[in-house]
Write a protein that binds this ligand. Structure first.
Ligand code: AP5
Ligand code: MG
Length: 219
């Protein structure tokens, strides 16, 4: 099963993908996490991506598509993936369709997490992630048991460089002006499922699990 999670910055893609990956036993692949790990390893890709990310811009399609399609070829993605943050442009969607078709696969569902902008701003300014594996927390809605420390791997929590000031507004503008066109793309393929992301983390997860099993039951 190959699933795409679409949603604005702060809509809960990473939070939900991590849980879904455990319940469906398929790999969570997040383009933002891949870029952040390239940055921390100071690879050539990381150095190129950093300047776009810090300013809240999208990384160019050619770099992003090559990175994600390469990741999808790894053996741990053979059973399927939950893609979080990719695709984000129509060119990326088309490249993904083509890349999957080349190996006899396809996107099964595109799940859109709908959350109002005011809530997104609140969530992003309270978000912290862990240094070791990018597990996600929120000082208001999802705090760690010990302040500043990841519950899962004990590593230190930090605030992302793009979760401050103007970069947040710019990222949200990019989503609502540009990325939103993906909704029509997947609706046209009858793969789009809208989910109310403005509920508790557990309720959103339950709704995602329900819609996936309903759709899978119809096939
Ligand atoms: P990326 O890392 O993908 O960031 P993003 O799209 O900005 O999305 P976020 O990670 O901010 O939000 P999320 O939906 O995952 O929310 P989360 O679960 O953390 O991309 C970063 C950058 O990389 C981009 O700006 C771009 O430069 C580049 N990039 C990545 N992919 C690219 C692509 N395809 N093309 C080009 N460039 C690309 O939750 C947010 C917070 O809310 C957390 O604190 C969480 O605890 C809390 N929370 C979650 N759910 C709930 C809930 N239901 N109720 C209350 N709080 C909640
Ligand atoms: Mg994320």
């Amino acid at each position: 099963m190959n699933i795409i999670l679409i949603g604005a910055q702060g809509s809960g893609k990473g939070t939900q993908a991590e849980k879904l990956s455990q319940s469906l036993d398929i790999r969570h692949v997040a383009s933002g996490d891949l870029f952040r790990s390239a940055i921390s390893q100071q690879t050539e890709l990381g150095l190129k991506a950093k300047k776009y990310m810090d300013d809240g811009h999208l990384v160019p399609d050619d770099l992003t598509i090559a990175m994600v399609l390469d990741r999808l070829q790894a053996p741990d993605c053979a059973n399927g993936v939950i893609l979080d943050g990719f695709p984000r442009t129509i060119a990326q969607s088309q490249a993904l369709d083509k890349g999957l078709a080349n190996v006899g696969k396809r996107v099964d569902y595109a799940l859109y997490l709908e959350v109002p902008r005011a809530e997104l701003l609140k969530r992003l300014s309270g978000r912290y992630i862990c240094k070791a594996h990018q597990h996600v927390y929120n000082i208001e809605t999802n705090p760690p048991q010990i302040a500043g420390i990841c519950d899962i791997d004990g590593s230190e929590l930090y605030q992302r460089s793009d979760d401050r000031g103007e970069a947040i507004q710019k990222r949200l503008d990019i989503f609502f002006n540009d990325t939103i066109h993906l909704i029509d793309y997947y609706d046209g393929q009858q793969k789009l499922i809208r989910v109310n992301g403005n509920q508790s983390i557990d309720r959103v997860q339950q709704e995602l699990v329900n819609v996936i099993s309903e759709r899978a039951g119809q096939c």
